[in-house]
Design a protein around this ligand. Structure first.
Ligand code: ATP
Ligand code: MG
Length: 395
């Protein structure tokens, strides 16, 4: 995976003479101590992170933890005090005036929490605003505005004014404006936080849908852990200006690493976050008969596989015992009532598919058996104790 954006040892202290504060931070002092001893507010304290191309990278943390400061440093609305910010390898921190203007107009777009629409301009005029700054001709920019407005579901709203739109629609205009310049990187600072819950969910789904074709690199800032889990390819968690945990949503829930992070994960619905693969027992088939092998299901019975790894039937414990002591042949003994789930099915769907007394087969995209699941493992996967034997969630 290539890297679009990289932040290296970034510091931001809000002072005209930041040196004493930076020196203290370099020696390991924390935000609170610096404030007490120098009166200087620390915004960012040695933040490093790497945003892969095409990721929705979530920055999450409580109010005041430094999320907006980070976002604003990336397009230099805030001047970093120390450190590097590399966009496709080019350092933004040392970029000159003209270069910076170019970066803001064409490489990085920002979507804000409160839409920041111009009230006396139409939706289309708001959408094409960035293009106007770029000097794009009226005809071309209007065409582009109409294009992106229809992408965000606002075709035919171009001639209306912001006050005629609902909050959700206004946020779509904000998104359309950011898309209009065709920048590779979108920074969305609490972009959905002002929306009421239903509209917010709708916008989240919409963003995920759009991202499948847009494939932008998105830095999305939120104080809502559920939103981070839902949208995030990776999540960075901030506290007091520091990055305290970074990883995939699943890995953070499985191993929070600190009480601060664990507190966010407590409310998580694990049945939706984890999939069948994370809880299953991987198969270890043993030869059963010519061209057939057996994957035991842990209850004395097993699933019978052909040479290709496809499940042809199941054997319950009694039948298997009879078969092994001889006296009876495989023949028609195979049960066909086993339940099949896909590796990527959520544990919620797996739990719904489970039927007492019926073996459960976990298969890959080609239908080959990769694991088995019993009720206790499904429950263990959903409960807060992580299942130990299985491979864990795939990162
Ligand atoms: N312009 C500024 N001058 C002085 N201090 C600032 C300035 N902007 C931010 N700060 C301080 O930097 C710290 C981080 O603020 P920031 O706005 O980045 O937090 P946040 O995580 O975005 O919070 P929220 O969730 O409330 O938006 C806070 O302690 C804040 O007081
Ligand atoms: Mg903020």
């Amino acid at each position: 995976m290539t890297e679009r954006l990289r932040v290296e040892n970034l510091y931001k202290v809000f002072s005209k003479s930041p040196e004493p504060a930076l020196r203290m931070l370099a020696q390991g002092a924390k935000k609170a101590e610096v404030l007490v001893k120098t009166g200087i507010v620390v915004g960012l304290n040695d933040v490093s992170l790497s945003v892969p191309t095409g990721a929705i990278y979530m920055v999450m943390g409580l109010s005041g933890s430094g999320k907006s400061t980070l976002a604003r440093c990336i397009n230099r609305l805030n001047e970093p005090s120390a450190g590097r910010i590399l966009l496709d390898g080019q350092d933004i921190v040392t970029a000159g005036e003209a270069e910076l203007r170019d970066i803001r107009r064409t490489r990085i777009s920002m979507v804000f929490q409160h839409f920041a629409l111009l009230p006396n301009r139409t939706v289309a005029e708001n959408t094409e605003f960035g293009l106007k700054l770029q000097g794009v001709s009226p005809r071309v920019r209007r065409q582009r505005a109409e294009e992106v407005l229809s992408i965000v579901g606002l075709a035919r709203w171009g001639n209306h004014y912001p006050h005629e739109l609902s909050g959700g629609m206004r946020q779509r205009v904000g998104l359309a404006r950011a898309l209009a310049t065709d920048a590779d990187v979108l920074i969305m600072d609490e972009a959905f936080s002002a929306l009421d819950p239903l509209i917010r969910t709708e916008m989240q789904d919409e963003l995920l849908r759009l991202q499948r074709s847009l494939k932008k690199t998105i830095l999305f800032i939120t104080h809502d852990f559920q939103e981070a889990l839902k949208l995030g390819t990776r999540i960075a968690i901030m506290a007091d200006g520091e990055l305290v945990r970074e990883g995939t949503p699943q890995s953070i829930v499985l191993e929070p690493g600190s009480d601060y992070v664990a507190a966010f994960t407590r409310e998580v619905d694990r049945s939706r976050l984890f999939d069948a693969r994370s809880a299953m027992n991987p198969v270890q088939p043993v030869p059963l008969a010519a061209g057939l092998s057996l994957a035991e299901t842990g209850d004395g019975g097993g699933l019978v596989l052909d040479d290709a790894g496809l499940v042809v039937g199941a054997l319950d414990a009694d039948t298997l015992r009879a078969l092994r002591t001889g006296g009876t042949s495989l023949g028609n003994l195979l049960r066909k009532d086993f339940v099949t789930v896909h590796e990527c099915d959520s544990l919620l769907d797996v739990a719904r598919a489970h039927r007492a007394g019926r073996p459960m087969a976990v298969v890959d995209g080609a239908g080959r058996l990769t694991g088995t699941l019993a009720a206790d493992r499904i429950l263990a996967g959903i409960a807060s104790t992580p299942p130990q034997a299985a491979g864990g969630p795939h990162a």
